[in-house]
Ligand binder design. Structure first.
Ligand SMILES: [Zn+2]
Ligand SMILES: [Zn+2]
Length: 342
């Protein structure tokens, strides 16, 4: 089969002829139809992100058709031919985080497809049966891939803020995850303010439901937030920009008892007013990845039209480097996916 490989960090990806591996018991072989590409992939290819052992096949946002199942159970084998999205993380299932429903922060994560185990940028991928989430007929392969790629992460984060009904939420950022966060927060009943730097992307945010947008290039957004919230600030702020300079400002945007949720990130540090966190009872919290349940709920949100990820362009496997360049420049409004079997 054909697959993409990183052979040297910082060098172009290579299209290679790869072995189809034997299918272990309890696993499914997936014919990958769509795999979303995000900044995590670009950072890895460029050598500034996760550093798996090379050669390595990236792709942590795959969806496809179940080609074959190795199981004694007929109900498992009935999945053959069905459309699925793959949850990329294989959690241990036994640690205290797994058994309390937080497998996204498993204490003994066994494998992560496309992060430390060969992923979806190849024609076929073997994964454990429990990592499959079924796709209904009205959710396409691209939308399935993006359920994991852009919906499940903000869904996981927003659920941790508690009930959002009638709450004022600031979303910092105008990428794919931010757009999903806007739509999910709106469907949870929140009033949503989006802060970003690119006017054309802020206009997209308005079109998909943001109640207010603020261009931080031209407006002091901390002051503006105070103004439109009667001086109190928003209930919660969500960081999807991954710019450490913005975190101290986000802490200034929340009212007493508010939460600042970190989803975007970098390796940089920030300094902030230490006393404000205590005196205003502000929680600074982070969130990572998503559970199988979050992925299943994300598929449901897409199916019910509550969340509509935007796809900018689809590339064949041969044009993986062009696909990476498009994500690297950050110019596209929506997501980029690869179709390994076209
Ligand atoms: Zn991703
Ligand atoms: Zn675990």
């Amino acid at each position: 089969m054909r697959g993409i490989q990183i052979t040297d960090f910082g060098s172009p990806l290579r299209l290679a002829e790869l072995e189809i591996e034997k299918l272990p018991a309890g696993y499914a072989r997936i014919k990958v139809q769509s795999n979303g590409i995000c900044a995590t992939d670009v950072k890895m290819v460029d050598g500034v992100g996760f550093r798996p052992k090379l050669p390595f096949t990236p792709g942590h946002e795959p969806a496809g058709i179940v080609e074959e199942i190795n199981s004694d159970s007929e109900s498992h084998r009935n999945l053959e031919g069905k459309a699925v999205v793959i949850h990329p993380h294989v959690a241990c299932g036994m640690c205290e985080n797994c058994i309390s429903g937080n497998e996204n922060i498993c204490l003994r994560m066994l494998a992560s497809y496309g992060i430390n185990t060969n992923g979806g940028m190849q024609e076929y991928l073997n994964v454990p049966l429990r990592n499959l989430v079924a796709l209904p007929d009205d959710v396409s392969m691209d939308m399935g891939a993006l359920a994991g790629g852009v919906v499940a992460v903000p869904l996981r984060g927003l659920k941790q803020l508690g009930t959002l009904l009638s709450k004022k939420i600031l979303i910092l950022g105008t990428g794919g995850l931010a757009f999903s966060a806007v739509q999910i927060a709106k469907s949870m009943g929140a009033e949503v303010i989006v802060v970003g730097r690119k006017q054309e992307k802020l206009e997209v945010a308005s079109r998909i439901g943001a109640d207010f947008v603020i261009n931080s290039n031209t407006t002091d957004y901390v002051a503006e937030i105070k103004k439109i919230t009667g001086g109190f600030g928003v209930h919660h702020s969500v960081d999807l920009a991954g710019d450490s300079n913005e975190v101290p400002k986000l802490i200034q945007t929340v009212r007493r008892g508010g939460k600042v949720l970190i989803i975007g990130y970098s390796a940089n540090t920030f300094q902030t007013a230490y006393n404000k966190l205590a005196l205003d009872s502000i929680s600074l919290m982070g969130t990572r990845s998503y559970t199988r349940n979050d992925l299943s709920e994300s598929v449901g949100l897409i199916s019910r039209n509550k969340c509509k990820p935007i796809i900018s362009r689809i590339f064949p496997l041969e044009e993986a480097n062009e696909a990476m360049s498009m994500v690297r420049t950050g110019q596209s409004v929506g997501r980029v996916t690869i179709h390994p079997n076209e």
